[in-house]
Design a protein around this ligand. Structure first.
Ligand code: MG
Ligand code: MG
Length: 239
């Protein structure tokens, strides 16, 4: 899973370099595919769900929270914030991670949203210790996000990850400490705060995939796959 995570981080680095005005979201997917091919692996995103997801990464811009479908007609613009989510399937194991990056100069409002969302991920990671419960992770994320006046999504959650991309337990971005599933060494969770400026409400676009904020407000998403160990939480999805 660590190797899967390294490859996933390599994909992210390649895509991050391309977050420039005029680049299409299909170009980002192609860059991700190039990296995956180089390592001889595939993304579990391709063909996932109903209707089958057509690409290796999801690209979700501004009010799009998650699950955006890459397209050659969708070009990045200065000031956009772009969430890239990717998975790597390597020797029977999956890694799953996401980040949101800016295109050129972004607004202060957008920069603050990215900062709070990413820090809420680390607030959750900090709770990934033996003896804690998944609810400790959930509560830490929710408290951090809401203390900055933002909202966490209700319909989409973090999750166990291993031989499948989505395994139990579900780990929502809201909840109560001391509830849920006990964390023990060897448990791996994809923690993924999905944060909205306006309200927590979302809707699904006509393509049946793209999830957008119900009020059109900006959104952000960060994710790492984290292993519980006897000691510090181990982030698998880094180089
Ligand atoms: Mg993901
Ligand atoms: Mg995930």
């Amino acid at each position: 899973m660590r190797e899967a995570g390294r490859i996933n981080a390599t994909v992210h680095a390649a895509v991050r370099d391309l977050l420039q005005p005029g680049v299409s979201t299909a170009d980002l997917d192609a860059a991700a595919e190039d990296v995956l091919k180089k390592f001889g692996v595939v993304s579990p995103f391709k063909g996932y769900g109903h209707p089958p997801f057509p690409n290796s990464i999801t690209v979700s811009i501004n009010e799009e929270l998650v699950h955006g479908i890459p397209s050659k007609d969708r070009k990045l613009k200065e000031g956009d914030i772009v969430s890239i989510d990717c998975g790597t399937y390597y020797q029977g194991y999956v890694a799953d991670s996401a980040f949101t990056g800016g295109v050129g100069q972004i607004s202060e409002k957008a920069a603050k949203l990215l900062e709070v969302t990413e820090k809420s991920l680390y607030a959750g990671i900090e709770k990934m210790r033996p003896g804690n419960m998944t609810g400790d992770v959930s509560e830490a994320i929710q408290q951090y996000v809401e203390s900055h006046g933002y909202h966490v999504t209700r319909e989409y959650t973090g999750h166990g990850v291993g031989k499948q991309m989505h395994e139990g337990p579900q780990v929502p971005n809201y909840g109560k400490a001391g509830t849920g599933v006990l964390l023990q060494p060897g448990v791996v969770i994809a923690i993924e705060p999905m944060v909205l400026i306006g309200t927590h409400r979302t809707k699904v676009a006509k393509d049946n995939w793209t999830v957008v904020s119900a009020d059109g407000s900006l959104t952000a998403h960060f994710e790492h796959s984290i292993a519980v160990t006897e000691g510090e939480p181990l982030i698998l999805t880094v180089l």
